[in-house]
Design a protein around this ligand. Structure first.
Ligand code: NAI
Ligand code: MG
Length: 372
């Protein structure tokens, strides 16, 4: 079983461990989902297979097609099925044939919530050779890690609707912030900051909202006392959004609530070259629950089926997965191969190239087989 969200060299700047281990077979659930998810997950699997590890993949055909046939996004025994694996490599869920809130609450949000995968870690680093829309910025300026609270806040699913059809129809969405939920994500972020620059930004909106984010800020101050080696800065979320664009080099580890983390990491994805490059880990650190690794992007109905989607986000997610299952050296090799391929110009069109999805995967495999 993986160490439960142990961050490796692509989140942490420390090198991989040199302690020799026995080779183990890793059981990985493959959940391609919908649209482009299927195409990019196929590439991720292909490159992981080229690493020569012992991996047993279980292909799970869940998603919107499954919904149309069975009336639900996943099989009844989905929890036990996923728990029989160390990690889940997922594409995306959601497709125009199924209402989005049903698709997402029937799959990705359900998995995160039921398995209590409270830590969503998203590296936002500009890879060599990938263009950024920020003028005069290079890979040296863009290297952040976002830690997003993944189970509560504005996405707790608490609220209701009433007076349906009347002029005064109402929809209420309640944000839920708990001491346990805040403290664990904040503590995790401090620990991560210690392994990197020692700088942590905590972002809230505790000037305009008066309860949940005020509690968040208080807990950050309390936890900070346990981490004298970390400098923590409180930044309001609107100011942080601007700073990510105007001065990304001033940012390293950022901890945010579910909603703010969701929005900020899309900005981060844009400045690191677009949705096609943004990877994520969803884990329950310190537990044996399987981690869920997925590209940040969705099913991309506009380009699905054309073979032009960028597989980097999915492959990078597989790198995070390998770190989670205790294969940091394989993870590092894979990441180096991805960087070499993007630097060499074998890139899909969203990042300024002409390569097809499978050509990027093939190039990464070739690089790995060449012993790079
Ligand atoms: P999207 O991320 O699928 O697409 C947004 C834009 O980014 C599109 O122009 C798309 O072509 C582009 N894009 C996305 N991935 C790309 C890749 N790998 N390479 C190149 N370009 C890429 O977001 P959208 O269109 O809002 O959502 C589509 C569906 O996906 C919806 O049903 C939505 O609910 C779902 N979704 C699911 C997520 C998940 O499973 N975690 C996350 C986000 C959206
Ligand atoms: Mg999002």
């Amino acid at each position: 079983m993986g160490a439960g969200g142990n961050a490796g060299p692509h989140v942490v700047r420390r090198g991989p461990s040199r302690i020799p281990r026995m080779a183990t077979t890793h059981r990985i659930a493959l959940l391609p989902g919908d649209g482009i998810g299927k195409e990019v997950v196929a590439e991720a699997r292909k490159v992981v297979d080229a690493l020569g590890l012992q991996i047993e993949w279980t292909h799970l055909p869940w998603g919107s097609d499954y919904f149309l046939e069975h009336g639900q996004m996943m099989a009844d025994n989905w929890v036990e099925t996923l728990r029989a694996h160390e990690a889940i490599l997922m594409g995306a869920c959601g497709w125009p044939t199924v209402p989005d809130h049903i698709a997402l609450w029937g799959m990705i949000l359900k998995i995160r919530q039921v398995l209590d995968l409270w830590a969503n870690v998203r590296p936002a680093r500009l890879l060599p050779g990938i263009p950024t829309p920020l003028a005069n910025r290079t890979a040296a300026d863009i290297d952040m890690v976002f830690v997003r609270e993944n189970t509560e806040g504005e996405y707790a699913g608490v609220g209701g609707r009433s007076h349906t059809g009347h002029p005064h129809e109402v929809g209420i969405e309640t944000a839920v912030f708990t001491r346990v939920g805040i403290e664990r994500i904040v503590r995790y972020s401090f620990e991560l900051a210690l392994t990197r620059s020692g700088r942590l930004v905590s972002t809230t909106k505790s000037n305009a909202s008066r309860y949940g984010y005020v509690l968040w800020d208080e807990i950050v101050r309390e936890v900070a006392a346990d981490f004298p080696g970390v400098t923590v800065e409180k930044v309001l979320v609107d100011a942080l959004a601007a700073r990510m664009v105007s001065n990304p080099g001033s940012l390293d580890v950022i901890v945010a609530s579910n909603l703010f983390g969701d929005i900020l990491t899309d900005i981060a994805a844009a400045i690191q070259g677009g949705m096609g490059t943004a990877a994520s880990a969803n884990t329950k650190p310190g537990s044996s629950e399987p981690g869920l690794f997925e590209s940040v992007h969705g099913s991309a109905p506009d380009i699905a089926g054309k073979g032009v989607g960028n597989p980097i986000a999915a492959i990078w997610s597989a790198v995070l997965m390998l770190e989670h299952v205790g294969e940091p050296e394989a993870a590092a090799r894979l990441m180096r191969a991805v960087e070499a391929v993007s630097l060499a110009g074998i890139r899909t069109r969203d990042v300024g190239g002409t390569a097809r999805t499978s050509e990027v995967g093939d190039a990464v495999v070739a690089r790995l087989l060449a012993g790079a």
